[in-house]
Structures are given as structure tokens and as C-alpha cells.
Design a protein around this ligand. Structure first.
Ligand SMILES: [Fe+2]
Ligand SMILES: [Fe+2]
Length: 303
């Protein structure tokens, strides 16, 4: 890349960072103040839309009572929110490494710090929601957590941001639907609304990093980024529901998780949640090569 192009790219980055910083100052929420954690939790309202629950439409689903269906939705949303915390913590580690490397007088670094502050509040908010509903913060399975420790070490450039984008945009797609669903708990809708509003700038920032990073990546780097993106996305999709959630309604975790993975409704839900990010990743040339086997198993690919 020529010196002039490099300077132009840095100027671009500063401009976006400046704009996003303004949005961070205008629109931010403090979960301690902006959410009434003591508000009543109506017994008849859902925590997660019925048609998005992993077993919806299966034989196991038919055997659940209406109250058990609400209960399963509560545990599934706790699993998704706590998996969200897990990815936010990984993202914060990667962002902090960037802060360490770059000039702290730039808007770029100030924006990175603002995004870390956003994610700190989000993780607190998701943790408080699990606590308020009296459900475990399941998070991903233990071996996935162990394996993921390597991500902040090896993750850099476009695939690091792409991997995080998959988690952010999958959650975003789900939350946009949930925040305006009158059949859901008001507390759930508020948590979703706050997250959607603040994540919009994270998505803008990460998408720009992916596009610029891929534009300057050589042949080998492009292949590396494609494979790493496929690998992490597979774990994002398959970590949303921790099979332990099924115990809450008396089901065997292994049997129920197998039924969920084979459930066309759940496959369609994952595809729907991933629709927007998959289009972007495809346009950024990050979907292809040997990672396709993982993409197919992730259920994220368009039908
Ligand atoms: Fe977040
Ligand atoms: Fe985020």
C-alpha cells in the first residue's frame, strides 16, 4: 500500500471514530439507573419468543406444558445472554490489546475505550438479568471456554473483528425482534432495546475494520482469515444454547440438544439470526475455502 493510501485510510478511521464517539456521548445507558430491576415479573409472559425456542415444533416440545415452555425460554435466553457476556469479554481483551499498541491521543483509541466501556455495562446488564430471573449464567460449555482462551492471542485483523461481528450481529438480529414483541417480559424488552441501540456503533466500527483489513490482506492472509472466521462462527452458533438448559424442564440434555440441532425450526432460527452478517461476510470475501464444512454445520448459511 502506498504512503498516500495509508494516510487516507488513517484519516478515514479517525473520521469514523470521531462520529462514533459523538454517538457514544449522545446515546448511552447505565443499566443500574435506566433499568428498574425491582419491577414485577409477570408469571404469564414469555422471556423468549416461543417460535425461537430451540425445541419449538419437535415431539419433545409437544410434551411440555405452557408453563414449562415459558421456563425453557427463560433458561435459553439466560444461556444466550451469558454467551453474549463471554464474547464481550473476548472482544474487550482484543480491544485492549489495540489500545496498548496505538496512540492514546487519537479518536481511534478513544473510541476503542468507549466501546470497552459499553461492553462492561452490557456484561453487567446481562449478568444482572440472569440474577433477577434466578437462572444460571450458563455461558458456553466448559471446553469451548478453554479453547477460546487462544482467540485474543491469535486473533488479529479482519477475522478477529469478523468473529466478534458474528456474535454481535446474531444477537442484534434476535434482540431487534424481541424488543418489540408485546408477549415478552418488559425487563427483557428493555435489556434488548438498550443493547440494540449501543451495538449499532460497534457494528459500524467492526465492519469498517473488516473491509479495510481484507483490502490489504495478501493471498495467505485471506485464507487464514476465512478459516478462522468459519471456525469461530461455528462455535458462536453452537454455543448459544448450552444443553444444560434442558434440565430445567426435566429433559435429558444430550437427547434434547440432538433434537434441537435436527429441528428444522431451530435451523431456520439460526439462519434468520445470521442472515444479515452472512451477507456482509460473503461480500467481504470471508466465506469460502476449506471452512465451508464448518459453515454448513453452523446452520448460518443461507438456505
Ligand atoms: Fe454488547
Ligand atoms: Fe458490542
Amino acid at each position: 500500500m502506498s504512503r498516500a493510501t495509508q494516510v487516507a485510510k488513517l484519516a478515514d478511521r479517525e473520521k469514523t471514530a470521531g462520529r462514533l464517539l459523538k454517538s457514544s456521548a449522545d446515546k448511552f445507558y447505565d443499566p443500574d439507573i435506566d433499568i428498574d430491576w425491582d419491577a414485577e415479573i409477570p408469571a404469564d409472559l414469555h422471556f423468549h419468543p416461543e417460535h425461537r425456542i430451540s425445541l419449538h415444533g419437535t415431539e419433545l416440545w409437544e410434551r411440555l406444558t405452557p408453563q414449562q415452555r415459558i421456563e425453557l425460554g427463560k433458561h435459553e435466553i439466560a444461556s444466550i445472554a451469558s454467551t453474549g457476556i463471554f464474547f464481550e469479554v473476548l472482544l474487550m481483551q482484543m480491544l485492549l490489546k489495540q489500545v496498548y499498541k496505538h496512540d492514546p491521543t487519537t479518536d481511534h483509541v478513544h473510541y476503542l475505550l468507549a466501546e470497552i466501556a459499553d461492553e462492561c455495562r452490557h456484561s453487567t446488564m446481562f449478568g444482572k438479568a440472569c440474577k433477577r430471573f434466578g437462572v444460571p449464567a450458563y455461558g458456553p460449555r466448559r471446553w469451548v471456554k478453554q479453547l477460546a482462551k487462544v482467540l485474543p492471542v491469535i486473533g488479529r485483523g479482519p477475522s478477529a473483528y469478523a468473529a466478534i461481528l458474528v456474535a454481535e450481529e446474531v444477537l442484534d438480529r434476535m434482540q431487534r425482534e424481541n424488543m418489540s414483541d408485546p408477549a415478552l417480559q418488559p425487563l427483557i424488552r428493555m435489556v434488548n432495546r438498550i443493547h440494540v441501540l449501543e451495538e449499532a456503533r460497534h457494528v459500524t466500527f467492526a465492519r469498517q475494520e473488516v473491509v479495510q483489513g481484507m483490502a490489504k490482506a495478501g493471498w495467505l492472509a485471506r485464507h487464514y482469515h476465512r478459516l478462522l472466521t468459519a471456525f469461530v462462527s461455528y462455535f458462536v452458533a453452537l454455543s448459544l444454547i448450552n444443553p444444560e438448559v434442558y434440565r430445567a424442564v426435566g429433559l435429558d440434555p444430550r437427547q434434547a440438544w440432538k433434537a434441537a440441532k435436527n429441528n428444522p425450526h431451530f435451523q431456520e432460527t439460526i439462519r434468520y439470526w445470521g442472515e444479515r452478517i452472512m451477507k456482509f461476510l460473503d461480500e467481504a470475501d470471508l466465506v469460502g475455502g476449506p471452512g465451508m464444512a464448518l459453515w454448513r454445520r453452523s446452520m448460518l448459511l443461507p438456505a
